[in-house]
Design a protein around this ligand. Structure first.
Ligand SMILES: [Zn+2]
Length: 448
């Protein structure tokens, strides 16, 4: 008697569990359209500084308005991560060593979230503002233990059979073939002019386009990430949905160069693409998930209490430090006078009324810079202070940074946590602090 009662209650319990499982499985949220957007080197303070810069003109970042967000841990098995290990964690859900793409230190190949989505019948798009086989995009299709063996990483692109690629030209090792023939043989249409990217083109396409830094874009008429994403959405839209990874690659460059004005404008450019995705979400709210994250912070950017002048500091800078450096290198060859160089620096940074001590440091930097090629006579502590940077740019930008209320502390990546924001179906899963490996695991849960 007792035994049969026990059996009955057990059966009842099992039935309840099964029904609960079925209900949850049937009502489980799932998204047909997934955007994973990665700002390379986009730390929490880079986002805050850019938000502050935009607020001054009554605007703000779209990604900051997303309803769910949390901090994300970025370190790799090597410590401070590079973009290969960071990309692998976000793409494949596993920690690996720096330099490795879609692979574990023991050589085991990992399946990326893009490959998983492809297996499920979704269409796949990979978009970046830098080289298409740079570390971040390559983490989604390549499996190699050295990110810099470019010809090898590129060879995974045709094999992936992903539907859409867009980015700067394929990097290769020396004179080797750049895989475009292999791509064409696999049915990819290679497009070298954005205008030729046809929305009615439903086959696989590969857009090669180079994008200057947003701050150096002269007439604002060049092709930007948002334009490519807009076309990609139209090309990839289909019944089974799509997965699009889009990288804002050069936020990282600006961090390495300790160049906030370039970084903020690059971050706005990336956010414009986030806006394009967000507008798609607004039309398809019950089917879409957007996740915005970063692989790591770059530059150890610190913000003080006094950042009210930060927008002025960003607006005053006329071009990227990379462009300034190129101009100054030319001036150096031409042995331009201090007055000429000073005039150019004042123009770059919109410097006005330098005081005596500021003028002295610019003159000192001029002497060091112009002499540099002959012999580096700089005292050890000065060398340490200037690092590998152009001393003229270093001295002037330090003045601009101080006025803006911010400070860079590193020329490299840091271990600072980044911020992940999400909107759409299942976005609440991202409303907590997590490891970067959790990002693809969460997306898998939400994929239809
Ligand atoms: Zn970097």
């Amino acid at each position: 008697m007792e035994i049969s009662l026990l059996k009955k209650s057990l059966l009842k319990g099992l039935l309840v569990c099964f029904l609960a499982f079925m209900v949850s499985a049937l009502s489980a949220e799932s998204a047909k359209y997934i955007f994973l957007m990665i700002g390379d080197g986009m730390g929490v303070n880079q986002r805050k500084a850019t938000e502050k810069y935009l607020n001054a003109s009554g605007k703000g970042l779209v990604m900051e308005k997303f309803p769910y967000s949390g901090l994300t841990v970025t370190d790799s098995l090597s410590g401070v991560t590079d973009s290969a290990a960071g990309g692998t964690a976000i793409a494949c859900g596993f920690k690996t060593k720096n330099g490795m793409l879609g692979i574990l230190p023991d050589g085991k190949h990992l399946q990326s979230i893009a490959e998983y989505a492809k297996d499920k019948g979704m269409k796949i798009g990979i978009i970046t503002s830098d080289h298409i086989n740079g570390a971040t995009p390559a983490a989604f299709y390549a499996h190699a233990d050295a990110r810099k063996r470019y010809s090898e990483t590129a060879s995974f692109m045709p094999q992936s059979e992903f539907d859409f690629f867009a980015g700067n030209k394929i990097l290769t090792d020396k004179q080797e073939n750049d895989s475009t023939r292999a791509l064409a043989e696999k049915g990819y249409k290679i497009i070298r002019d954005f205008k030729d990217l046809n929305v009615s083109e439903k086959g696989k396409s590969f857009l090669i386009t180079s994008m200057p830094l947003a701050i150096d874009e002269k007439n604002n008429d060049g092709v930007r990430l948002k334009d490519i994403l807009g076309k990609a959405i139209e090309i990839l839209d289909n019944e089974k949905g799509f997965f699009i990874m889009l990288e804002g690659a050069k936020i990282d460059w600006s961090g390495h160069n300790n160049d906030l004005a370039s970084g903020a404008k690059e971050l706005v450019d990336f956010d414009n693409a986030v806006k394009t995705a967000y507008e798609f979400y607004q039309k398809n709210p019950s089917d879409t998930l957007i996740v915005v994250t970063a692989d790591h912070e770059t530059g150890g950017l610190q913000l003080s209490d006094n950042i009210s002048k930060l927008p002025d500091s960003v607006n005053s800078q006329k071009c990227s430090k990379l462009t300034m450096h190129a101009v100054l290198e030319k001036y150096k060859k031409e042995k331009k006078s201090f007055e000429d160089v000073l005039k150019k620096l004042e123009e770059f940074f919109d410097l006005k009324d330098l005081n005596d001590s500021e003028m002295t440091s610019v003159r000192q930097a001029y002497n060091i810079y112009m002499d540099n090629k002959v012999e580096d006579k700089r005292p050890e502590e000065v060398k340490k202070m200037y690092g590998n940077k152009n001393p003229l740019i270093y001295v002037c930008s330090k003045m601009a940074d101080e006025k803006g209320g911010y400070k860079w502390t590193l020329p490299n990546h840091s271990m600072a946590k980044v911020k992940t924001s999400a909107v759409g179906v299942g976005a609440e899963l991202f409303n907590q602090e997590m490891d970067n490996t959790q990002i693809p695991a969460n997306i898998k849960k939400i994929m239809k």
